[in-house]
Structures are given as C-alpha cells and as structure tokens.
Design a binder for this molecule. Sequence first.
Ligand code: SF4
Length: 232
Amino acid sequence: MSDNPAAELLNLVEQLEGWLQYQNRLGLAGVPRARAARPRPRAKEEAPVISLDQVREELGDCRRCKLSRSRTHIVFGTGDPRARLLFIGEGPGEEEDRQGLPFVGAAGQLLNKMLAKMGISRGEVYIANVVKCRPPGNREPESDETTQCLPFLLKQIQAIRPRVIVTLGRVATQAVLDTQTPLTRLRGKFQRWGQIQVMPTFHPSYLLRFPRERHKTWEDMQQVMERLAQND
Ligand code: SF4
C-alpha cells in the first residue's frame, strides 16, 4: 500500500492521459466500449419455408405406398407446430391407427411419463413418425414405404424447426440421420440434422420389454434438457 494515495492516483491519471493521447495519435477517437451482446435470432422467429398445414395438404389422402390399403387413419403428427423439442417414432400402432394420433397406446403412456419427469407437457412438444400409416401386425416399415413417406417427415422438421429432435428407436434414428450405423453406437450421443441437434434413444416399446434399460433413456433425456436450457 502506498504512503501517499493521492500522489499514486495522480500518477495513474497521468499514465491514462498519456495512453489516451497515444491512442489518439493512432487515429482512435476514444476508448472502445464493450459491445453489447446482440441476441441471436431464434430459429423459430424466422418465417419457416413451409408450414405444417402445407405439408398436411400436400400429403392429402395419401396412397403413395401399400400401407394406405390397410390403414384406418393417416397419423400425421400432433403437438406444438413451433415446438423446441420434436420426438420421432417409427410408425403408428393399432391404437394410433384407430385414433389417428401418434403415441397413444402403451408406448405413448410411457412417453407421457418420461415427459412428465422432464417437466414438459405433451402440448409443448411435437410428436411424429417416420411412416404415417400403420404397418400391418406392427411390423417394421419396409424400405419402399419409408422412401415414400420420409420426405413428408423431413418437411415437417423444416416447418417446425425444433432445437432438438429425439429419435425413438433404430428405424427413426437411421431414417432421420440417413445412416446404417446401429442404434447401440448412436444412442446417447448428440448427432446433427443440419443445425438441429438429434438425440437417438430407445423406443418406448423397447423400454416396455426391457425396463432395466429405462435409466439409459432417462440419461439421454437429461442431456436433451441441458441442451434445451443452453439454447434458451
Ligand atoms: S405411409 Fe406415408 S407414403 Fe405410405 S400411404 Fe401412408 S402417408 Fe402415404
């Protein structure tokens, strides 16, 4: 500590004055002020290139693949059209086909529980499937069916522009990411679909069969919540 604080302060002022004169000679008019952080435009504030209504209209009474022959309803998807979180499953089951809504059967109940644990209501997210008509006997969609239906899901993603997509199960994960990499290698690690973060995890139907695996999906959802919080 100095014996003479007033002299020390005067010395500091003189040093500062000298530094400002030096800056002036360099052509700088003053001390640059810290630039206020400019809020980044949020993706969903920009106008989407296509709306969900337009995608639904384009889909129409779709007969593009053989799944149309046995369906009761097209299960287009449901939820907030501007959701920050989008869940994508494989295809409608029996109950979904009957009601025309995704994830309303037993797997849907488990998804609801997961959402409740995350503190998110179903109305805040959007839920869709890779194929929009029920594969008979709940078999996996065949490649020609996925090829016909996937473009509509991709347009739905473009319309919603969520921050994070959660792909539920192998079929949805491989279709969205356009990969043959096994789910076991992708699960729990963020991937990308353009600028959107994609978290592959288990399908709720699988978790109903193997409840001991549920903690892994919960760990994945915790990562999703952290990523959503970072993007706020
Ligand atoms: S599954 Fe998709 S492509 Fe096939 S008929 Fe249904 S809506 Fe059309």
